[in-house]
Design a protein around this ligand. Structure first.
Ligand code: SF4
Length: 469
């Protein structure tokens, strides 16, 4: 795999007019807007009991810690804003209660090593060290963690101390992911997130000094007032940090879903072509810096396990983004957390009081979900191949003849995209081209039966999604 600046394709402007439209990010298929309240706590409990038969198989785990000290206007996460740090202690108790309830349903025989354990939010390091440790120890007592597991959490350099990182490292955390977004003062002011380069650099140095194996930073392109010049400086500073991985997400402006985004001045947002150019700038900068592009929005140093997994075609995608350790089942705890168990998704209630009330009643605090049928499974595998491998081999999907017959309409929809140079066909399957990688969500959309209203009574409504560019 090459890792130089020549990775940047030429993008004809007319392609943006054709492909910049609302579409899912495919961290799941079927996507979250299709899930229904008919799949609630009782159905999730049933799937957990069924998953007990997968004893010995690896498990992924996610914990959602929703507290943040202040709101960033671009944020798309489910958060609770408070300065009262005492609230975190009770939350730890409740998460452990939820985890114990799920464990009792999985059954005592279901000894399943956790190979990927991640905390996100919110700001996990809103909690003081003693509660962070108590939470991890409590979960590990219920769900043993494999010796070589990736144990990671998201940290906010503005509120995270070396003491917290040290405590977490000592109990087994080996990866940190830091929110940066942009280093430009005007951009930071507009998104309500003032974070100096020195703050971030200090925390990166602390993480390395404490023995964390991997440091990831998150950047966002498409933020208000980002320009070619300002973004070049952000990329230069990001490269100075020498992170192992970089997630470079497009800003998803969805004020109809996230009301606080209304504060963002829309006329200051780079849209369409300007936004795409910012991403291409990142592609060139990280390529020149020795990073390999991974999937649609990640970069990794060539020796990083994510780059190695991509090279082997072993990349996986779930709610945490791209992953190296595919586990069939993912157990998640906390408000709004999404589990994927025995072929079904289940998302927890989003409001803290509602989530707590269910736990008090001894029930799983699930709001909605979906159990995949055989058609969903088949389409999910297609979408995963496109998103993770940029390649689909008919042989992996029932053979050329069956695939072409089953997905004749979908393949017909891809033909104009072939003419536009986004996808190339051969007798064994299809490959997403370097240009097509920029529009991979568009290439997945024809295979999304829910989006195309082949399934579901009300369709999904494309306006619910962010734009694909
Ligand atoms: S710190 Fe992170 S989770 Fe909290 S509001 Fe800001 S972006 Fe959202």
């Amino acid at each position: 795999m090459t890792n130089d600046a020549s990775l940047v394709p030429d993008v004809p402007s007319e392609l943006l007019g054709r492909y910049d439209r609302p579409g899912p990010r495919y961290t799941s298929y079927p996507t979250a807007p299709t899930w229904s309240e008919a799949h609630g706590g009782a159905e999730h409990a049933e799937r957990l009991r069924a998953a007990g038969r997968h004893a010995g198989e690896p498990l992924s785990m996610y914990v959602h810690l929703p507290y943040c000290e202040s709101m960033c206007w671009f944020c798309g996460c489910n958060v609770v804003i408070t300065q009262d740090r005492g609230k975190g202690a009770n939350y730890v108790d409740e998460v452990l209660r939820e985890a114990a309830l799920a464990r009792s349903l999985l059954g005592d025989d279901a000894d399943r090593p956790v190979v990927q354990h991640h905390w996100g939010g919110g700001t996990p390091t809103f909690l003081p060290p003693e509660h962070l440790v108590r939470l991890f120890e409590g979960l590990r007592a219920l769900y043993p963690v494999a010796d070589d597991a990736e144990v990671s959490l998201e940290v906010d350099p503005r509120v995270t101390s070396r003491e917290q990182l040290a405590a977490l490292r000592q109990v087994g955390f080996n990866r940190v992911s830091m929110g940066v977004q942009d280093f430009d003062p005007k951009v930071q002011q507009t998104i309500h997130r003032i974070q100096t380069f020195e703050q971030t650099a200090q925390l990166v140095a602390d993480a390395r000094d404490l023995g964390y194996e991997s440091v990831n930073i998150d950047l966002i392109y498409g933020l208000p007032f980002q320009t070619t010049e300002s973004y070049a400086r952000t990329l230069e500073l990001a490269l100075q940090l020498r992170p192992d991985r970089v997630a470079c997400y497009g800003y998803a402006h969805v004020p109809w879903l996230k009301k606080h985004q209304n504060v963002i001045p829309e006329d200051a947002l780079p849209s369409g072509e300007a936004k795409l150019r910012l991403y291409l700038q990142a592609l060139a900068a990280f390529g020149a810096g020795g990073y390999v592009p991974i999937g649609m929005d990640h970069f990794a140093r060539a020796e990083d396990s994510l780059a190695e997994a991509a090279e082997r075609g072993a990349l996986h995608r779930n709610f945490m983004g791209y992953a190296t350790r595919p586990a069939g089942d993912m157990l998640s705890f906390g408000v709004t957390a999404i589990s994927e168990i025995d072929g079904a998704f289940a998302q927890n209630l989003k409001g803290l009081p509602e989530w707590l009330a269910k736990l008090d009643a001894g029930e799983l605090p699930v709001e909605r979900g979906l159990r995949r049928d055989a058609d969903d499974e088949a389409r999910r595998r297609i979408i995963l191949d496109l998103m993770c491998r940029f390649r689909l081999d008919y042989a992996d999907h029932g053979g050329a003849e069956a695939f072409q017959k089953q997905y004749a309409d979908e393949l017909a929809t891809l033909r104009p995209m072939q003419d536009d140079g986004l996808v190339a066909f051969d007798e064994r399957g299809l490959t997403v081209t370097r240009l097509g990688r920029l529009f991979v969500r568009n290439l997945c959309m024809p295979f999304d039966a829910w989006l195309n209203k082949k399934k579901g009574a009300d369709g999904t409504g494309q306006a619910r999604f962010s734009r694909t560019v």
